[in-house]
Design a protein around this ligand. Sequence first.
Ligand code: AMP
Length: 190
Amino acid sequence: MLNIVLFGPPGAGKGTQAEVLKDKYNLVHISTGDVFRFNIKNKTDLGLLAQSYMDKGDLVPDEVTIDMLKAEVEKNNNANGFIFDGFPRTESQAKALDEFLAQKKESIHGMVALEVPENLLVERLLKRGETSGRPDDQDESKIRNRFNEYQTKTAILQDYYATQNKYYGVNGVGSIEDITQRLCDVFDQL
Ligand code: AMP
């Protein structure tokens, strides 16, 4: 199996790149944000709960997110591997993921991080907000709050994986194709 955490701040291009890479490497792409949005659209209990956090740009509580992630992995028992997009976002989530995979005699092979300067991220998110319909992309104060959540809770995961020698930074500025190629160069080593 090949299990990758595709990492980076909001707007770094994780979802776009995961869609290409999942086909190239025959992996299952799990985006926790997409699963939450699907639940919001279908007005499930999980969706109603997640929405109150997402609307503000806050993280959804760990326990709810971890349970949901595990259920998504369990749905894909025969997978060749996973691209985790938007998960883990806190140290507790990272630890829970490691323990969960260890029970399956599996592990994360690498955290591959898209590195993009913040001014470019705001520009990309506001542009995406014009077409995505995502309320959290349409308001600069919500975007700033998402960055704040990222800086205070998520960015430390770089160290979490670096200490395991699993951190790979990739320049996330350029054309979609160029960035895909840089990511493939890393995936091919894992
Ligand atoms: P994304 O689509 O990855 O930008 O996520 C959109 C929103 O979903 C985030 O701002 C959070 O509110 C929520 N979310 C997605 N993944 C997670 C996670 N791993 N932990 C907590 N909240 C999450």
